[in-house]
Ligand binder design. Structure first.
Ligand SMILES: Nc1ncnc2c1ncn2[C@@H]1O[C@H](COP(=O)(O)OP(=O)(O)OP(=O)(O)O)[C@@H](O)[C@H]1O
Ligand SMILES: N[C@@H](CCO)C(=O)O
Length: 291
């Protein structure tokens, strides 16, 4: 049996809607796979009771189909579903990397990205690559229809996951259909600053580049306490704060020395709104690993 650990991810990072993503050092899904006559799926772990084991409805089923690689697949969820931490993508990424190896298909990590994205289409109706790309390739990724650009960045992060459910499908429905030219100009500037910051391992520049006035404000309304948590994290030293993926996780970039204080401040701010939350003190990490 082959075991693959695929990390949680944070997509968008504010200014890079549907393009930017980072792999997180923790949490992660652990997926075990062995060849079989047909695809079967067994789920355990965080929120697994809410995830269908039917291969037609689970992200890994679509990946096994795309690779023509039937297998018995056991998924231990470390990444809670509907979290904004790329839960559905972590399983799909692990399945793509694991089945590619199990069946000796010979795809490169970059070639596996659109294959794993077929799993995302099953749950959100859209095959966006921005979570599966970092979960497979690690680091900071820029995923477009021309392929994936990757850099091994090292930035400390805090990911605060409130006990609220936001489905990607719902969060995509509130994205504005248009943006003004001045917003476009601002977004390009922020995205460029963030990308440069990733190359320099510079949390200040990355945090500055996370600012977004187009998609984030519309989605913030779905997260009770978002503005209070954001302001509290910035006051505690975060260099930038935004919604992780489609939410409800709120993600902050920071210097290492401020990370612990920011984490407890974000928890307290959700607590003051009566919202339970858990927090991951993490950083940008590597992609899926096979054991
Ligand atoms: N293997 C899987 N792991 C997690 N969720 C899955 C899986 N297969 C299907 N799903 C379904 O996908 C949905 C969760 O995916 P969704 O994209 O909404 O959350 P997420 O991946 O945590 O968020 P985001 O993409 O914003 O980071 C749930 O409805 C869940 O039942
Ligand atoms: N880019 C996607 C990531 C969530 O899957 C979104 O924000 O809708």
């Amino acid at each position: 049996m082959l075991t693959v650990r695929a990390p949680a991810t944070s997509a968008n990072l504010g200014s890079g809607f549907d393009v930017f993503g980072v792999a997180l050092e923790r949490p992660a899904d652990v997926v075990r796979l062995e060849k079989a006559d047909r695809v079967t799926i067994e789920m355990t772990g965080a929120g697994s009771q809410y995830i269908p084991e039917d291969p037609e409805k689970n992200t890994v089923g679509a990946v096994a189909d795309a690779l023509d690689a039937p297998a018995r697949i056991q998924i231990d969820k470390g990444v809670r579903p509907a979290s904004g931490l790329g839960s559905s993508a972590a399983s799909a990424a692990a399945a793509a990397v694991g089945l590619n190896e199990l069946y000796d298909r010979g795809y490169s990590r970059e070639e596996l990205v659109p294959i794993a994205a077929k799993g995302e289409a099953v749950v959100s109706g859209d095959a966006h690559d921005d979570n599966v790309a970092p979960s497979i390739m690690g680091g900071f990724t820029i995923a477009t229809d021309k392929g994936v650009t990757q850099v091994d960045a090292d930035i400390p992060l805090v990911a605060c996951l409130p006990d609220i459910v936001v489905s990607t499908r719902d969060a995509r429905n509130v994205v504005p259909e248009t943006a003004r030219v001045d917003q476009m100009v601002e977004t390009v500037g922020n995205a460029a600053a963030l990308t440069t910051g990733m190359h320099r391992d510079d949390p200040e520049l990355v945090g500055r580049g996370m600012h977004d006035t187009v998609v984030t404000p519309a989605r913030a309304k779905l997260i009770d306490g978002y503005e209070q948590v954001r302001e509290a994290a910035l006051a505690a030293g975060a260099t930038g704060v935004t919604i992780s993926g489609a939410g409800p996780t709120v993600i902050a970039a920071c210097a290492e020395k401020d990370r612990r204080k920011i984490a407890s401040t974000m928890l307290d701010a959700f607590g003051e709104r009566g919202v339970d939350a858990r927090v991951y003190q993490t950083r940008i990490g590597g992609g899926a690993e096979v054991f």
